[in-house]
Design a protein around this ligand. Structure first.
Ligand SMILES: *Cc1c(COP(=O)(O)O)cnc(C)c1O
Length: 253
């Protein structure tokens, strides 16, 4: 650690910058929740810290953040290890290969990107092993739904992923049947290049059908920096906010 003592405690310029940005986002959330008539049930804030250093997460924890999101296992695992002294809840929000399930089961409390049966099975097994050997709790699983009208390229190489809506009931059944997994709800990323409202409205409908069959699966993980107001309007319970709090992501590679 080359970090000065006191950094991460709110005394350095980066902490001040994060505090300022976080205050703006918190105000946007409170305003949108007020407009939606849900000030009594505001969504929870997950700060997506991908590509930003562990020290930023330490600063955010000092600012009261408890929930962080990551989209790459290697990066998330390293950060979770480095920050093991903090009481953080780790959310995995990215595309997940089944071979990474074992690693994710070691640190993640929730996976927001469950989109196929093989992944359900891999997570169920990996979390079961962690429950038996280390006493971890069941993993919260959000079914990621694709809201694209059709799959297309031009996504900047990012696969946004997600199950088609028709596959949600089968995935839900499979998650609910695994005693190491907890069916938390649905998740989506709004399609690029289109207004987010119709997508989030569609997600709300998918959520309502899921909750009719699984009353506890009330989670709606939706809303990023650009569209958190629309997501809140359509019932988001978990926001995943990155760049508006942390700034633009450092270039990789
Ligand atoms: C990066 C990411 C976010 C955060 O997006 P911002 O636009 O930076 O707020 C949310 N969800 C997922 C799945 C992500 O990969």
């Amino acid at each position: 650690m080359t970090e000065r003592p006191g950094s991460g405690q709110g005394n350095d310029p980066r902490s001040a910058e994060l505090a300022e940005r976080l205050a703006v986002v918190r105000k946007r959330i409170a305003d949108a929740a007020g407009t939606a008539g849900r000030s009594d049930r505001p969504p929870s804030l997950i700060v997506v810290t991908k590509f930003h250093p562990a020290e930023d997460i330490r600063r955010l924890a000092a600012l009261g953040i408890t929930d962080v999101g990551e989209n790459r296992d290697q990066e998330a695992a390293a950060k979770a290890l480095e920050l093991a002294d903090l009481d953080l809840t780790w959310h995995f929000v990215g595309q997940l290969q089944t071979k990474k399930a074992k690693s994710v089961a070691r640190y993640a409390a929730a996976v927001h990107s469950v989109d196929r049966p093989q992944l359900v099975d891999a997570l169920a097994k990996a979390v079961r092993n962690e429950m038996d050997s280390n006493g971890r709790s069941p993993l919260d699983c959000f079914i990621q739904v694709s809201l694209e009208e059709r799959e297309h390229d031009g996504d900047g190489g990012t696969h946004r992923g997600g199950a088609i809506p028709a596959d949600v009931p089968l995935l839900a059944e499979r998650i609910a049947a695994a005693d190491s997994l907890n069916l938390a709800g649905v998740m989506a990323v709004a399609p690029l290049g289109a207004p987010p409202e119709p997508a989030f409205e569609k997600l709300a409908g998918i959520s309502a059908r899921l909750v009719a069959a699984y009353p506890a699966a009330t989670g709606i993980s939706a809303g990023m920096s650009q569209d958190l107001e629309a997501a809140i309007r359509f019932g988001a319970t978990h926001l995943r906010i990155g760049s508006d709090i942390l700034g633009s992501r450092p270039a990789v590679g």
